[in-house]
Write a protein of this length. Structure first.
Length: 610
């Protein structure tokens, strides 16, 4: 294999994206064909590279900045996954985006995203990785901004949140370089026992959290669900950024810092994972809009990945990485079902939908499979990855396991609400004219739904072929991690799922509508106060930052006015008062002047003598 083949998955999509971007087209058919062809080529090349190892290093700039690429089991796995999702979603986008404005920009940014993600995955130099990592801010901003007239506000919000967290990662990389003297990822090994090492770990992890969409760097994702084109949600927040963010977090924990179970950083990661699970899933539960509900679940599921990797035990790490790929599969499928509903029904408001199972049967089945997967229903893929995360969390402590199971209860409850409201509730106005999505939109959905089944029933294959070699390359012994979960874990999962079903049935009995079946949770004392604050964005890091800036601006304005008052009023008044006193002494009495001069001279002499 030629080492130059490592450059092709990066260069081809980026060059194609740059060529597509400036050329407009009325229908965008050529853009769609080029995008699908490039994505399919990248997938074929990634499959050809899979199973092999290669490295390429070319001197690029001083201070250890080399153009270094490395293909090994983990990066090859992510490369195939990213290309696979890109290919399926490019096919879907060809139907969804037909007739829409700014298609050249969408497809151009789409291709740039694929190339930059591949570059970040293959990079073996921290600064080179950072170059591709930061480059993703451009298509991120662009794909959100072209969504609607005011989408630039959400795009700016995403740019600021992700950009600020990336600054933290830059500082962490600088610390790593100061500790190790190298920027080569495969050669970096930092102990977390020292204060500097722990600080570097946290700063670099912040960048990974933000890219993956973890709390508190998540708030732009639900806003983007409303503002951006649906394929954007499927390709970036749902799949590629999750793959890239969790991939880099895994590299940080397994390679760069070698996280151990007895480290306080491990506890910190698990705590953050639990907080992300609970807060995001509770917000998803009360949403009344299809895509916004899914966006909060895209955040919540990151918590399971962070929790699993944070356990620093083999079964938890494998579960977290397995959940990463499973999430990308079922969440992409869910977003595509949402796009199909929006495309045919013209809305994603739950109160306006209903009864679509007959009009859109294939979309409904794909939704049910993906919803069962994300809820952890056996034998779908989400069940097995969650059970592995549960096992790792339980090994570290029952508290973490309890939070994870509670998250599963609320996940199942919210998808019972969503599925009931959209597909099984009474029909909304105008839903009689809705028909099934086109084949170009159905094929990616069906393929992803089938993967949910395949990766569940035959879970040993992805675990042995994809996951185990990835962590084994980092020195972690996978051990026996599949073939069935413990009876206790399965029983508790069934209890959580059963509780969610009973909760939904009781709520539906009260309200008689699917989309209001969990409103009683929203109105629970204590939770209602927290929900009110969350809905008013009191917990949004971006809005908190804006409020802090406004407070600082007002405070500084008061300081500025105080300084002006001191110089313009106090100083002037003091000067007038002093001169008035001095004028009063000017009596024309020479005797008085002589006395004052002698007194002044005496004071000077006394001072000098001392």
């Amino acid at each position: 294999m030629s080492e130059l083949n490592l450059v092709l998955p990066i260069a081809v999509p980026i060059i194609a994206g740059i060529l597509v971007l400036p050329f407009r087209a009325a229908r965008g058919t050529v853009h769609a064909i080029i995008t699908f062809a490039v994505a399919a080529f990248t997938l074929a090349l990634s499959l050809a590279l899979f199973g092999s190892e290669a490295a390429l290093s070319v001197p690029w700039a001083p201070f250890g900045l080399d153009f270094s690429l490395r293909l090994y089991s983990f990066s090859a796995f992510i490369l195939v996954a990213a290309a696979g999702f890109g290919t399926l979603i490019s096919l879907y986008a060809a139907a969804f985006m037909r007739g829409k404005e700014k298609q050249n920009q969408f497809y151009g940014y789409f291709l740039l995203t694929m190339g930059l993600v591949n570059g970040a995955v293959l990079s073996d130099n921290l600064l080179l990785m950072l170059f591709f990592w930061e480059g993703l801010l451009v298509p991120l901003y662009g794909m959100i901004a072209i969504g609607s007239e005011k989408s630039y506000r959400t795009a700016t919000k995403a740019l600021i949140i992700v950009g600020a967290s990336d600054l933290c990662m830059m500082l962490g990389i600088a610390m790593v370089y100061s500790i190790t003297g190298t920027l080569t990822i495969s050669k970096v090994s930092v102990a977390t026992g020292s204060a500097l090492g722990s600080a570097a770990f946290i700063l670099m992890a912040i960048g990974a959290f933000s890219k993956a969409g973890s709390i508190p760097f998540h708030s732009w994702i639900p806003d983007a669900a409303r503002a951006a084109a649906l394929p954007f949600m499927a390709i970036l927040p749902a799949s590629l950024e999750k793959l890239l963010g969790i991939y880099f977090l895994s590299r940080i924990c397994l390679d760069l810092f070698a996280l151990t179970p007895d480290s306080w950083l491990s506890v910190l990661l698990m705590a953050l994972g639990c907080v992300t699970i609970i807060i995001a899933v509770l917000m998803a539960l009360i949403q009344k809009e299809y895509k916004r509900l899914l966006s909060y679940h895209a955040i919540s599921q990151v918590g399971y990945m962070v929790l699993g990797i944070g356990t620093a035990v083999p079964i938890g790490i494998m579960g977290g990485i397995f959940h990463m790929i499973n999430h990308a599969i079922y969440k992409s499928c869910l977003f595509l079902t949402g796009g199909a509903v929006e495309h045919r029904a013209g809305t994603t408001q739950l109160e306006k939908l209903g009864g679509l199972r007959a009009a859109m049967p294939v979309t409904c089945i794909c939704f049910l499979v993906a919803a069962a997967s994300i809820s952890g229903v056996p034998p779908f893929n989400g069940f097995f990855s969650k059970e592995m995360v549960y096992a790792g969390a339980l090994e570290r402590g029952p508290v973490f396991y309890i939070f994870a199971v509670i998250g599963s209860f609320f996940t199942a409850a919210s998808f019972l609400k969503l599925g009931h409201a959209v597909y099984f509730d009474r029909k909304g106005d105008g839903m009689e004219r809705v028909r099934e999505a086109s084949p170009a939109m159905l094929i990616p959905m069906v393929a992803l739904a089938l993967l949910c089944v395949v990766f569940g029933v035959w879970n040993a294959w992805p675990l042995d072929t994809l996951i185990a070699p990835s962590i084994a390359a980092s020195g972690v012994t996978p051990g026996e991690t599949h073939g069935g979960a413990s009876v206790f874990l399965v029983v508790m999962t069934c209890v959580a799922l059963g509780g969610a079903i009973l909760n939904h049935l009781s709520g539906y009995h009260i309200t008689r509508r699917g989309f209001t079946a969990v409103d009683h949770i929203h109105e629970t004392p204590g939770l209602s106060w927290a929900y009110e604050r969350a809905e008013n964005r009191y917990n949004d890091i971006y809005d908190l930052g804006k409020r802090a800036l406004v407070f600082c601006a007002r405070l500084l304005m008061k300081v500025d006015r105080a300084v002006d008052w001191v110089f313009e009023r106090l100083a002037v008044a003091a000067a007038y008062a002093t001169t008035a006193r001095l004028r009063a002494l000017q009596t024309g009495n020479y005797s008085l002047y002589i006395v004052l001069c002698l007194a002044g001279a005496a004071a000077v002499v006394a001072y000098l003598v001392q």
